[in-house]
Design a protein around this ligand. Structure first.
Ligand code: FES
Ligand SMILES: [Fe+2]
Length: 375
């Protein structure tokens, strides 16, 4: 059997986890999480095991995996993962790790009839069964059936592919329940993928998520974004079990998103998925921790129309506008990361009016740490 439990440096973080810091107080009295949670390498490890290895992670789209043999690579909780469409049409996910000596089965996204290890050529079927083993005829007590690829749980929601490293994860649907109905008539599964953009941000992934979760900073960091909303005062946050949503009523005049009116809905699904929906368009963001002070953010854009001249113009304008906003967010996050590392700072407080989303995220984070401690 492969070992799925890895030695956990994260255990060391436990000594740094104080009971008082895990306590959840009402929003009006709560403090933000301690700065060490954003800066200490032990918490980077703890997040990997207690948060990222314990939740559904969005890694691909069914549109990328339309044909048998199509495969997509992903990094989930520091693990190399491969999602493959089988010859039988089934989607499966595996560790991208050969059972011989740990080589990779694929180095990039692509299509293949078989998964052939890039180290010594062990060959696996698309369903993960080991088939070809070169120069192994003298090996004793070896049964190929014992050396298939190690499966990972896979879930689908509206054409988005998720994986979970948990052995028995709670159904994916629980985590996104109600989103489909709320964003109608926009139907995520009916949109077409248009663009993928990746950003490196020199900040802890939680700094990026905290920042995403409040409109408090809009007047200071994105003054140009203020004009998009019909009424900043009515910008609000609603919270659910596993996600929160910020609702920004869009102005009626034509803008980068719509011919006018409607709402912008900014969902954050714990821990690291954002679904930014305006009528006829989804922009998803996945935040991937890279180091204690570094994360990668993957943006994917989907639209109801990607072919007409007007649609192409809209996509260009949308991507350019989002890029400006993203750069402003990345810059403030990088400065905040420095501030959190300062001896002058430990914990802060929340605006009840504008930071309920941040509070909700930090509550779920504490909950994930507590669950990990009980294991
Ligand atoms: S590690 Fe895969 S064939 Fe050797
Ligand atoms: Fe922002």
């Amino acid at each position: 059997m492969p070992k799925l439990e890895r030695p956990r440096r994260a255990r060391r973080a436990l000594t740094g986890l104080k009971a008082a810091d895990l306590r959840v107080r009402p929003l009006a009295r709560a403090e933000t999480i301690p700065s060490a949670w954003y800066t200490d390498p032990c918490f980077h490890d703890l997040d990997r095991d207690a948060v990222f290895a314990a939740t559904w992670q969005h890694v691909a789209d069914v549109q990328q995996l339309a044909h048998p043999g199509d495969h997509v690579l992903a990094d989930v909780a520091g693990e190399p993962i491969i999602v493959v469409r089988g010859s039988d049409g089934e989607l499966r996910a595996f560790y991208n790790v050969c059972r011989h000596r740990g080589g990779p089965l694929a180095l990039k996204d692509g299509n293949a009839d078989m998964l052939i290890c890039k180290y010594h050529g062990w060959t696996y079927r698309l369903d993960g069964m080991l088939r070809g083993v070169p120069h192994f005829n003298l090996v004793e007590l070896f049964d190929k059936r014992d050396y298939g690829l190690t499966r990972v749980e896979l879930g689908l929601w509206e054409g988005l592919v998720f994986v979970s490293l948990c052995e028995r994860p709670k159904p994916l649907e629980i985590h996104v329940s109600g989103i489909r109905e709320r964003i109608a008539p926009t139907h995520v599964g009916g949109l077409t993928f248009a663009r993928r953009v990746e950003y490196d941000v020199h900040a802890n992934w939680k700094v990026y998520v905290d920042n995403y979760l409040e409109g408090y900073h809009i007047p200071y960091v994105h003054p140009e974004l203020l004009h998009l909303y019909s009424d900043y005062e009515s910008y609000r946050t609603e919270v659910s079990d596993w996600y929160s949503v910020q609702v920004g009523p869009l102005q009626v005049e034509r803008n980068v998103y719509t011919a006018g009116g409607g709402e912008a809905l900014y969902y954050h699904v714990f821990p690291n998925l954002m679904l930014n929906v305006v009528p006829g368009r989804l922009q998803s963001n996945v935040v991937v921790p890279v180091a204690p002070d570094r994360c990668k953010v993957i943006f994917r854009y989907y639209y109801d129309d990607v072919t007409s001249a007007a649609a192409r113009e809209r996509i260009e304008a949308d991507v350019t506008f989002s890029d400006t906003v993203q750069r402003e967010d990345a810059e403030i996050c990088e400065r905040v990361q420095r501030g959190l590392g300062s001896r002058a700072y430990d914990k802060g407080r929340f605006s009840v009016r504008f930071e309920e989303g941040v509070y909700h995220f930090q509550k779920l984070l504490k909950n994930a740490y507590r669950t990990w401690l009980k294991r």
